[in-house]
Design a protein around this ligand. Sequence first.
Ligand SMILES: Nc1nc2c(c(=O)[nH]1)N[C@H]1C(S)=C(S)[C@@H](COP(=O)(O)O)O[C@H]1N2
Ligand SMILES: [Mo]
Length: 497
Amino acid sequence: MLALLAALAVGHLAAGFISVSASPYLAVGNGAIDLTPVGLKDYAVRTFGTHDKLVLLSGMAAVLVVVAALAGIASRRSPWPGTAVIALFGLIGVVAVVARPDLRPVAIVAPLASLGAGVVVFRLLHRAARTWDAQGTLRRKGQSRRSFLVTGAGVVAGSLAAGVGGQLLVSTRDAAASRAAVGRLVPARTAPPIPADADFEKLGTPPFLTPNSKFYRVDTALTVPQLRTEDWSLRVHGMVDREKRYRYSDIRDRPLVERTITMTCVSNEVGGAYVSTANFVGVELADLLEEAGIRPGAEQLFSSSVDGWTSGTPITGALDRDRGAMLALGMNGEPLPLEHGFPARLVVPGLYGYVSATKWLVDLEVTTWRARQAYWLRRGWAEKAPIKTESRIDTPLGFQTVPAGTVRVAGVAWAQHTGIDKVEVRVDNGPWQPATLSTQVTVDTWRMWWTQLEVPPGLHQVTCRATDRSGYTQTQERVGTVPDGATGWHTISFTTK
Ligand SMILES: Nc1nc2c(c(=O)[nH]1)N[C@H]1C(S)=C(S)[C@@H](COP(=O)(O)O)O[C@H]1N2
Ligand SMILES: [Mo]
């Protein structure tokens, strides 16, 4: 176990000189995420939410500790079982780093250093332990025991120093300073101000704009990609007349637009929290695509993140000025937070995030559906994924106890790019009753609702359903999130006393 600790720490230190994602432990974790079957990943996102990554890292640690302990026991006589196990771990690290799309070839140094350190430290400790075991007399035994403990303590101290050193190096290389240097992104065209009655926060709905710290986060990145504006560029290529490359200043010096948009994740369960609203600042995606000149026959805008994640958006949706797809640099008055795609991401109103909202964006390829398949498409999710009309109850909370009599029910509904027309609520199996809607900000944003109902004492259920501007009322039929988004009515149970 000590040899393993040393291996991971040395790997992290070496990664400090290269890139945090070359750290073998993190590279293996990232590889595991990409290889996880879709059902298991969906389960993890649903069960652990934003903690899914912490759960993965802890699970890996538990497996490593158990296997290392067993290998140690198996090495009582001969050093070879332990050597083999630590070398095998090392090789897994090498493979994981080599497979990362965002690393230069030099990155292999980190897992190799890790492998070497693991084997050398294990042999060293093994020899010390064997001497302790083999010494005959009591006095000599005490001496060799002490020498083993000293070696062990040295390994722990050295590992801690290497690990902390690696972490310090990693943080000097991060993008936070670059983000701080961006300053204010002032839009030439601001979004219409949000009216005071756009939400009913005092009555139990979420605030209309989601603060950046509360904005839902969904991605496959175990460590947040560190991309500095000075190193960033965006390539536009494929079925275009002129290939283009933009630097950060090329984008930020253009007249910026601001747009209020509600984003939703396809993994959002009925009643779930993967939906948030922000003021995004950036440029019209259609401007960039038209500058490159889209060739006839183009179907898909295939976008790539610096970490190799990809997404496919219908080219018609990306070009449609009425839809207003953006290359966004800012969010709620700040440059994009690192977790939300700094320095630049896509945002396309009305489409689930996995087919539209590439964070840490570096490449746009105009292509066909046949030629390129994006990350989630290859894992069983749908090619086209417009956001489904949905509604959610936020007040009362599930299983809450409230005073009997007049009960206030409040929540949110969304049908991006179509608009919400009506929300209805019913208690138990009573008649549907219309709720009061907040002022509509745009058809691309959510709408809050609330109502009051007379409820006698007891255990009750309340259900909501929305109707959008196309006349469609949410179906009662419950389907899961795979392959193109959940449906069904949100129902919660509560008690009145
Ligand atoms: N690079 C990258 N971009 C990504 C993803 C990802 O895994 N990697 N996930 C997408 C998904 S599934 C969603 S729902 C949105 C979420 O954006 P947010 O985390 O800013 O809310 O980002 C999209 N962009
Ligand atoms: Mo998503």
